[in-house]
Write a protein that binds this ligand. Structure first.
Ligand code: NAD
Ligand code: TYD
Length: 355
C-alpha cells in the first residue's frame, strides 16, 4: 500500500486515478478537503476496494502516526499544500502552517514509523515530496534553465513555504537517513484544476463571455506540463529514484502567458464558438501585475531523462485540447467548485486596481 496526501486536489487526484488504473497496489488518500480539494474528483474510484480515503489534516501528527501503524505503507507521495501564489500574497500565514509545519509533521511521524521497520522494508521505503520549480526563483530571458543544483531563491510566500518544506525534507534525509526524494516540477495544466489558476480561469471566463485578466505585459514565461505526464514522472521517481536525490520535471513547453491565453482562446473558438461568432481573444484585458511576479521559469530535464528515462508525452496543443474538452464536458464539476467561496475570492482578487 502507498499513502498519498492531498489526493483530492488537482494533481493528487490525477495521480490516484492513474495509480489505481495502472498498479495493483492499494492507495490511502489523506486530504483535509480545503477549498481546493473535492471528493468528486475521485468519484470514479470511491467504490474501488483498493482505494481508501481519510479526511484529515497533515498537521495532525497523531492521526498520521495511527494511519502508518494501521496500514504499514511502503511509500508516501506528499502533494498536500496550499498551492496558489496569489492567495499566498493575500494571506501568507496559511502557507507556512500547511506547507512547512504540515510537511515537518509528516516527516516526524514518518521517521518514527520508518525507524521501526525491518532492514529490507526500511531500505525500500520512500517519502516523495512533490515540490515546484518556483523555489529556484526567476530567470532572465537568456538564462540557462533550472538544473537540480540551481540555488534556491524563492520570491513569493508560496515558493518560500515550498522551499522551507524542501529544506526540511533534505535535512530528514541527511540527518536521519529517511529515504526521501524531492521533485521540482513546472506549471501543470489539465482536467480538475481549480479555476483560480491561469488556464482553467481563462476557460471558465471565456465560456461566460467575461474578461480574461492577463497580469502586467503578459510576457512572463512558464514551462507547461500536462498533469498526467507529471504523474508518470512521479511513478518513475517512486520506482527508480535515488534516496536523497532531487529531480526536476518539466514539459519542454516554455511559453509567454499571453501566448498561452491565445492558444486556449483559439481552441475554444474551434470547440465552442462564442454565440456572436467573435473570437474569445477579444475578452483579454491587461490588468495590474502580480506583486513580485517571477518573470521566467524553465526546466533542464537532463537528469530525469537520463537516469529514469522519463520524458513528457503530451504536446501543449494536444494537452490544451484535452483540457478544454474536459471542461466543456464537466460543467457540473465547475459549477460545484465555483461556490460562494470561489466567487468571493474572484471578487477580492480582480476588483478594480488589484490583480
Ligand atoms: P491543489 O491546491 O489543487 O490541491 C491541494 C490538495 O491538498 C487539496 O486537495 C487540499 O484539500 C489538500 N490540502 C491542503 N491543505 C491540507 C492539509 N493541511 N492537510 C491535508 N490536505 C490538505 O494543488 P495541486 O495543484 O494539485 O498541487 C499539488 C502539489 O504539487 C502541491 O504540493 C504543489 O505545491 C505541487 N506543484 C503544483 C504545481 C501546479 O502547477 N499545480 C506544479 C508543481 C508542483
Ligand atoms: P498561475 O496559474 O497562478 O501559476 P503560477 O503563478 O504558479 O505560475 O499563473 C500562471 C501565470 O499566469 C503566472 O505568470 C501569473 C499569470 N496569471 C495571469 O496573467 N492572470 C491570472 O488571472 C492568473 C491567475 C495568472
Amino acid at each position: 500500500m502507498i499513502f498519498v496526501t492531498g489526493g483530492c486536489g488537482f494533481i493528487g487526484s490525477c495521480f490516484v486515478l492513474d495509480w489505481l488504473e495502472q498498479a495493483d497496489e492499494p492507495v490511502l488518500n489523506l486530504d483535509a478537503l480545503t477549498y481546493a480539494g473535492h471528493l468528486g474528483n475521485l468519484a470514479p474510484v470511491e467504490r474501488n476496494a483498493r482505494y481508501h480515503f481519510v479526511r484529515g489534516d497533515i498537521r495532525d501528527r497523531a492521526l498520521f502516526a495511527s494511519l502508518l501503524e494501521k496500514w504499514q505503507p511502503r511509500a508516501i507521495v506528499h502533494f498536500a499544500a496550499e498551492s496558489h501564489v496569489d492567495r499566498s500574497i493575500a494571506g501568507p500565514a496559511a502557507f507556512v502552517d500547511t506547507n512547512v509545519n504540515g510537511t515537518v509533521a509528516l516527516l516526524e511521524a514518518t521517521l518514527a514509523y520508518w525507524q521501526k521497520l525491518g532492514a529490507a522494508q526500511a531500505a525500500a521505503f520512500r517519502f516523495v515530496n512533490v515540490s515546484t520549480d518556483e523555489v529556484f526563483g526567476s530567470l532572465g530571458p537568456g538564462d540557462a534553465p533550472f538544473t537540480e543544483s540551481h540555488p534556491y531563491q524563492p520570491n513569493s510566500p508560496y515558493s518560500a513555504s515550498k522551499a522551507g518544506a524542501d529544506h526540511f525534507v533534505r535535512a530528514w534525509h541527511h540527518t536521519f537517513d529517511l529515504p526521501t526524494i524531492t521533485t521540482n516540477c513546472s506549471n501543470n495544466y489539465g482536467p480538475r484544476q481549480f479555476p483560480e489558476k491561469l488556464i482553467p480561469l481563462v476557460i471558465h471566463n471565456a465560456l461566460r463571455g467575461e474578461p480574461l485578466p492577463v497580469y502586467g505585459d503578459g510576457q512572463q514565461v512558464r514551462d507547461w506540463l500536462y498533469v498526467a505526464d507529471h504523474c508518470s514522472a512521479l511513478r518513475a521517481v517512486l520506482a527508480q529514484g535515488k534516496p536523497g536525490a532531487t529531480y526536476n520535471i518539466g514539459g519542454r513547453a516554455e511559453m509567454a502567458n499571453i501566448d498561452v491565453v491565445r492558444i486556449v482562446c483559439a481552441t475554444l473558438d474551434e470547440m465552442r464558438p462564442s454565440p456572436d461568432g467573435q473570437p474569445h481573444e477579444r475578452l483579454v484585458r491587461y490588468v495590474t501585475d502580480r506583486r513580485g511576479h517571477d518573470r521566467r521559469y524553465a526546466i533542464d530535464d537532463t537528469k530525469i531523462a537520463g537516469e529514469l528515462g522519463w520524458a513528457p508525452s503530451v504536446r501543449f496543443e494536444e494537452g490544451i485540447r484535452r483540457t478544454v474538452r474536459w471542461y466543456l464536458d464537466n460543467e457540473a464539476w465547475v459549477q460545484s467548485v465555483t461556490s460562494g467561496a470561489y466567487r468571493q475570492w474572484i471578487e477580492q482578487q480582480y476588483s478594480a486596481g488589484r490583480p
